[in-house]
Design a binder for this molecule. Structure first.
Ligand code: P6P
Length: 346
């Protein structure tokens, strides 16, 4: 792969191709999916940026499969992604946070060997108050026979992902992805409408300054979780206090901790024993990214990427970020710390 200097202007298309050349067996289909998602990200960014001006803020009258009121932009972003990827012949099916069932490829388009799972616009309830929101995506290979995707293709453990990424629509729009060879960030240059390489080979510090948790649930946590949060806050004298930064938008909280180090936690609680975040299109893709960046992600019981899914929209508790900070969670929640995960186990 060409060594890029800080000044070289590298578009995401060029970088995807250079990465593809590192996989001799690559057919270009996965690259095609990433191109299509980059296009969808630009279109969604455009909508998010102008949301305050057009009549696309606020909620629809509908609720999604999660029982959450669908924001107008949720529906728009969902449609943008589906239309960007459904005709390229690379996918055999999709799954979206906004759709109850698998989304099949229209009959008039060819099917491919990959499945795409995505949250089109995570944190969308924050849009009306101009808080950053994000798109999260995960790609797995089809494992069933036949041409069309089936539920079994979607319900694969996160270690089988071949690509994962997110887009953060913040002060700038960034696309961050991995195909298993490190984590790379691209910033949208609105003057030319291109994602340009801005953060090659992102590594998450082993321990961080920031703790992202919604402690209004403290009364619903177990004693172990309460003790863990006291440890992170330096209240039990065992470590320096972490600064609490909680945006309430997963991608924004995750992105800050990925770049600067820290831990995002959405523990199990008596109201939501499985927490709130979804495994297949939130926890899994972010866990793949954070492990590729040298971090870790656990449910408190087990490595996120080893959870065997049973339902498309299942939820999981999540502790994700700097490995040293995740290890503290595992040691205090009674689980072995995260050893180096052998590549073969991915
Ligand atoms: P809470 C947004 O609704 C979201 O799905 C994530 O983006 C965010 O991390 C989480 O929920 C916030 O949940 O319960 O703290 O409001």
């Amino acid at each position: 792969m060409v060594k890029h200097t800080a000044t070289s202007v590298v578009t995401i298309d060029r970088y995807i191709i250079e990465e593809e050349k590192l996989h001799p067996e690559a057919t270009g289909e996965l690259s095609g999916i990433l191109y299509d998602l980059a296009l969808a990200a630009k279109m969604i960014a455009n909508k998010v940026r102008s949301a305050g001006l057009a009549d696309i803020l606020g909620a629809t009258e509908d609720t999604n499969v999660q029982g959450e009121i669908q924001q107008k932009l949720d529906v728009i972003a969902n449609e943008i992604i589906i239309k960007a990827v459904d005709h390229g012949g690379r996918l055999c099916a999709m799954a979206s946070e906004e759709e109850p069932d698998i989304i099949q490829i229209p009959d008039n388009f060819k099917c491919g060997k990959y499945c795409l799972l995505f949250d089109p616009l995570d944190g969308s309830s924050n849009i009306d108050v101009n808080v950053p929101v994000g798109t999260i995506f995960s790609v797995v290979k089809k494992i069933t026979r036949g041409t069309r995707g089936e539920m079994e293709d979607m319900l694969q453990p996160g270690r089988r992902q071949v690509a994962a990424g997110y887009v953060i629509y913040g002060a700038s729009t960034m696309l961050v992805y991995t195909t298993g060879r490190g984590v790379h960030g691209f910033t949208l240059d609105p003057s030319i409408g291109e994602f340009l390489l801005s953060h090659p080979h992102i590594r998450v510090p082993n321990s961080g300054r920031y703790l992202s948790v919604n402690d209004s649930y403290e009364r619903l946590w177990s004693d172990d979780v309460r003790a863990l949060m006291r440890r992170y806050r330096g209240l039990d004298g065992q470590r320096a206090a972490m600064n609490v930064r909680y945006v309430g938008s997963l991608v924004a909280d995750f992105h800050r901790n990925l770049l600067g180090g820290g831990l995002f936690a959405y523990p199990s609680n008596t109201k939501n024993v499985k927490g709130k975040l979804r495994l297949l299109y939130e926890a899994n893709p972010l866990a793949f990214i954070v492990e590729q960046a040298g971090g870790a992600a656990t449910s408190g019981d087990m490595r996120i990427l080893d959870i065997e899914p049973t339902d498309l929209h299942q939820r999981t508790p999540l502790y994700i970020g700097s490995k040293g900070d995740v290890d503290i969670a595992l040691s205090m929640l009674g689980k072995p710390v995260v050893d180096e995960i052998p590549l073969a186990a991915r």
